[in-house]
Write a protein that binds this ligand. Sequence first.
Ligand SMILES: [Fe+2]
Length: 432
Amino acid sequence: MSDAASIDVTSLPARYDDVRAHTERLAAPLSPEDQTVQSMPDTSPTKWHRAHVTWFFETFVLADNEPRFAPYQDTYWFLFNSYYEAVGPRWSRPMRGVISRPGAHDVGLYRGNVDDRMRDLMATLDEGTLTKLAPTIELGFHHEQQHQELLLMDIKHVLSLNPLDPSYAGNPSSGDMSGTLEWRDFDGGLVEIGHETSLDGGFCFDNELPRHQQWLEPYRLADRLVTNGEWLAFMADGGYRRPELWLSDGWARVQSEEWAAPAYWSDRDGVWFEHTLTGTRPVDPELPACHVSHYEADAYATWAGKRLPTEAEWEHAARLQEQAPANLADTESWHPRAAGEPVDGLRQLFGDCWEWTSSAYLPFPGFHPTAGALGEYNGKFMSGQMVLRGGCALTPPGHARASYRNFFPPGARWPLTGVRLADGGAPREPRR
Ligand SMILES: [Fe+2]
């Protein structure tokens, strides 16, 4: 969260309207039926995302500050609380898909009601109170933007299970090349990582703090993401059939879930096809390999005689170069693009695919969760998950910064993830 004093409170109403309208734009191509499906426990219905981000403002802003506050509906507090134990009981996450009522239209009414009340509140609070409340309102913007990304990842999974191969929106881009993979060297040494306002902007989540020192041995990073063509070579060399390439937990998942290719790939009469938000089409060897788990990313790196970067290596490298235009959600490509020809620095650093690191999602030294119920936002998930860096083609632009720490369990494949290789330290033999 930002310091209260650093937020321009006069900008809050317009920022609120922008964020809220954008969620509705993302949901617009989806029918009420599309918005109701929950395709697996990890994903949530579009309609649930729209309601939950509204519940967030109602719970954390309106409840303590609105005169004569009453919830829009008592039951909504139960239905649309995600995981906040301090706020009270909640409906079972894997059962969000059975909430046929309220429908998508009713969720729209809920959103409109809270929008009116939020606008009233921001217009009537005295400046001192609004300044104190501003960091929580701003957190609500960033929370809603995180759900905008999840909404897209989740509906991609929903649509992938429909035998009619529906697309979400847009048209596929094609014809671009990824170019040669090159390596960039970094000296390492004593470096600082973590959020720094002067470098990263005013807002950060609590998990990006405190900024602290880390020691890095000299290392190299691949200058672009692994491509589908390279992933096909891994598959052709028995990548999914050779236990020596895999972490033990990963090999167990290969067997139990019969993984033989990235998620969303299907073999149709000997040709690999890929489901995307813009339609299902033959796998393009020039595009980044995506929707692979941490286990697959690690197995690929082992096969290639490389490894995954640590999050400190990634962040240090990201801080040494200018941020280039990136394929984030504002491009509305809804899918990673080819890397293009090599440049001076690293390609695809922000955008395209979230990049798995070898770092467990743990607190930085001296980490303190935000006070109160909002302390449940990040800290309590620091177990059994891996850090990803960089952003993807579904990430709102304000969420692409060097210190941003995304995290998912190592077996997750529905997030838009990819692989950047690292090298350095002890020599490794390729297993090709
Ligand atoms: Fe949430």
